[in-house]
Design a protein around this ligand. Structure first.
Ligand SMILES: [Zn+2]
Length: 476
């Protein structure tokens, strides 16, 4: 470990999950070692003045796809560019989806993902393991994967003939997740019905980007969400629903949480700010907004904000999966089914939520911290190592300037992708400094760190912390 002098951050408003207070923070090595109203500096300490700024726990993005493939096509962001963009945007830890090749074991996939991240990632990271097939081998292997520090598994109810798992297999996997006290993450869309709608759309010659959204209606997301919740309830498995895009899915989650079930919902910035109308943009630009589940009619957005406020949606994941418009999205010019699914969101996740959430008065600053960091730490077994500003925690911090204004644009962003889904949007509030385990790696929107400083974090779930994020059972 590189030796560093102690660092004192002074005069900032320290935000935790429940409070905001003016506190000094002492960092020694990689840890926060003291928090106090005033800490007198000693000679040799580095002093960072944070007057007028918030100091928040570094963002935790629980949902990324770096150097990932969609039908053989590789995302434009790899582990270096993707984590640099995350750092510039205020994120200090990501949980990325490790998806083994169809013919390889989960352990082989894991080794490959570790190889990709190692020496490239600039922030800390963990993985979720995608279960492509449920059988004796994969069910056994789940235990070994957990012993590697990966207690969260992803299953798909969509993408027929590739990733989709049938109901029986899904249920068996959920039973195994219960046995192992792991966490299930399930992509909720009814893949069988979507396949029929796609075939019919293609047959009618409806091939433009908008057909992507029209063949994946919100009812099919709501139906799948309710279905997997039912299975998880019978199997008594903890369940995380990523990328909730619509009221139908939110309602299924709310019903489950009213019963006190361990069901956690995530939404993504793109569902709060991009609606189905974007897919109708001229000159094929609608393809920039093709991801799954797709953008919905605008009225869903108010419900998602309500879900965030009620705590039924607990986290904001980016679902970052970036493909260039030129040369990649364009592959679907004649046929929407050939457009690679995904959008770039890792860098602006926190800025967009801060500006339209905190600055516009929709959510408080502590809620912002919970949604962008603390709740993910609690659900995924990173707390209190990460996700909180406390003595003994990793010094993963962001000094957030609530007044700094900037205009989001692909001309200035750090992501390695040729467009922005928020092009031209002006936001107020941005990270001034991003610190990972005591080291400053981004300053005023510029990356100042080195490749490979990010580290794999082995996780272990904490059922008590998870339980704290469920609703009191009303009928037990
Ligand atoms: Zn995803």
């Amino acid at each position: 470990m590189m030796h560093r002098n102690p660092t004192l951050i002074t005069g900032g408003m320290v935000v935790t999950e429940t409070s905001v207070a003016k506190l000094d923070i002492l960092i020694e090595g990689e840890k926060i070692t003291r928090l106090a109203n005033t800490i007198s500096p000693e000679s040799g300490w580095e002093i960072i003045e944070a007057e007028g700024s918030y100091i928040i726990p570094g963002g935790i993005d629980p949902h990324t796809h770096l150097q990932s493939k969609w039908e053989g096509l590789e995302t434009s962001d790899d582990w270096y560019t993707g984590t640099v963009a995350a750092a510039v945007g205020g994120t200090t830890t990501i949980l990325d989806f490790c998806r083994p090749d169809s013919n390889s074991t989960m352990m082989t996939g894991l080794r490959e993902w570790k190889r990709r991240a190692d020496k490239h990632a600039v922030i800390d990271y963990g993985f979720h393991l995608v279960i492509r097939e449920v059988n004796e081998n994969s069910l056994n292997e789940m235990k070994e994967i957990m012993e590697e520090g990966i207690p969260s598994f992803k299953l798909f109810m969509a993408y027929k003939d590739s990733l989709q798992i049938n109901d029986g297999d899904l249920f068996r996997a959920l039973q195994r997740i219960h046995e192992l006290e792991a966490l299930a993450m399930v992509h909720c869309e009814n893949g069988d019905v979507i396949e029929v709608l796609i075939e019919q759309s293609v047959a009618k010659g409806h091939l433009a980007p908008i057909a992507h959204a029209l063949t994946r209606p919100p009812e099919l997301e709501g139906e799948a969400t309710g279905r997997v919740i039912t299975f998880a309830e019978i199997a008594d498995a903890a369940l995380y629903i990523p990328h909730v895009s619509c009221l139908q899915s939110l309602q299924a989650i709310q019903t489950a949480r009213q019963k006190g079930l361990k069901v956690f919902g995530e939404t993504c910035p793109q569902y709060l700010f991009v609606d189905i109308g974007f897919l109708n943009k001229p000159d094929f630009e609608g393809a920039k907004y093709v991801w799954s589940p797709p953008p919905r009619e605008k009225w869903h957005q108010a419900h998602l904000w309500e879900g965030l406020n009620s705590g039924d949606l607990l986290t904001i994941g980016s679902d970052h999966s970036s493909y260039d418009f030129k040369g990649q999205k364009e592959l679907g010019l004649e046929d929407f089914t050939k457009i690679p699914n995904g959008g770039p969101s890792i860098e602006d996740r926190m800025s967009m939520l801060y500006h339209f959430g905190v600055a516009k008065g929709k959510i408080g600053i502590s809620q912002f911290v919970n949604m962008t960091s603390t709740n993910a730490a609690k659900i995924f077994g990173l707390y209190p190592l990460k996700g909180v500003i406390a003595e003994g925690s990793d010094a993963d911090l962001v000094i957030w300037d609530p007044k700094r204004k900037r205009t989001i644009s692909s001309a200035s962003h750090a992501m390695n992708v040729d467009y922005s889904i928020y092009e031209g949007v002006e936001v107020e509030g941005a990270p001034m400094r991003t610190i990972v385990r005591g080291e400053t790696i981004a300053l005023n929107g510029a990356f100042v760190g080195r490749a490979g400083t990010g580290r794999f974090v082995a996780r272990k779930l904490d059922s008590r912390q998870q339980a704290n994020l469920t609703k009191e059972a009303v009928w037990r």
